[in-house]
Design a binder for this molecule. Structure first.
Ligand SMILES: [Zn+2]
Length: 243
């Protein structure tokens, strides 16, 4: 399909730090009751939030902020040791009411447009597959977007982001809770890019990171538990980012 992009400038941006590479792509949902409400807010100078792009449910793409400058979409964030992800990322807001207003499936046309837009962005910047992430990946303690209904597997099938295709579904049994057994879980999550303490039993912070991992790579069961199916996917993704 050909990508249809409409300019709809937002005043909410500033310069990226000098010499900063654009090496991360962060996907969001708008989490508002309508596309118009989201576009209004992302262009409201008082709100001080924005994104580079908004993708509507019909597949129409709005360009709000030029890729060369910094949009204000990620807030307090962490990925692979980097903080302030706005400095080095491009942000795409995908129209969906979200968990607060009636989370629903992303229409096929919208997903196709997101995929196409991502491919264009990846062709312009040195963004490795492992740095195509969800807002919830970089801020697991306070964000859920774009959430478990987003088709990360389909995106990866088309060359956008990572997916462990060869991992069977092992189900939700075999939950691991104690510190010793969770040590390799914490290691794998950190290796992928999440901020996690290196040791400890299952605590609320680790549960939040596990939920973020599940929303991205194990959407069948977002539980915050280290069950067998989650561990298999976790090790599968960790293998993909090795070396
Ligand atoms: Zn977001």
């Amino acid at each position: 399909m050909s990508l249809s992009v409409r300019d709809l400038p937002s005043p909410n941006w500033d310069a990226r730090p000098a010499g900063m590479p654009v090496d991360t792509l962060i996907l969001h949902y708008t989490g508002m009751q309508s596309a118009q409400a989201a576009l209004d807010r992302l262009r409201d100078p008082v709100a001080r939030v924005s994104s580079h792009y908004v993708v509507d449910e019909d597949g129409l793409v709005f360009a709000l902020v030029p890729e060369a400058v910094r949009a204000w979409h990620a807030g307090a964030s962490f990925w692979r040791g980097n903080t302030v992800l706005n400095d080095r990322s491009i942000g795409i807001e995908i129209v969906n009411p979200g968990h607060e207003w009636g989370y629903r499936d992303f229409p096929v046309l919208q997903l196709a447009a997101v995929c196409d837009l991502c491919l264009h962005i990846l062709a312009r910047h040195p963004i490795p597959a492992r740095n195509v992430v969800a807002h919830s990946d970089v801020a697991p303690d306070r964000k859920e977007d774009p959430g478990e209904r987003f088709d990360w597997e389909g995106l990866a099938r088309n060359g956008v982001g990572l997916w462990p295709f060869d991992v069977p579904d092992l189900g939700t049994g075999g939950v691991v809770r104690d510190a010793v057994q969770l040590a390799p879980v914490r290691r794998a999550l950190a290796q992928i890019g999440y901020r996690v303490d290196p040791s400890g039993a299952l605590d609320p912070a680790l549960a939040a990171v596990l939920r973020a991992f599940q929303r991205h790579w194990r959407p069948e069961a977002v539980t915050g538990q280290a069950d067998a199916g989650t561990l298999a996917r976790l090790l599968g993704v960790a293998r993909l980012v090795e070396g």
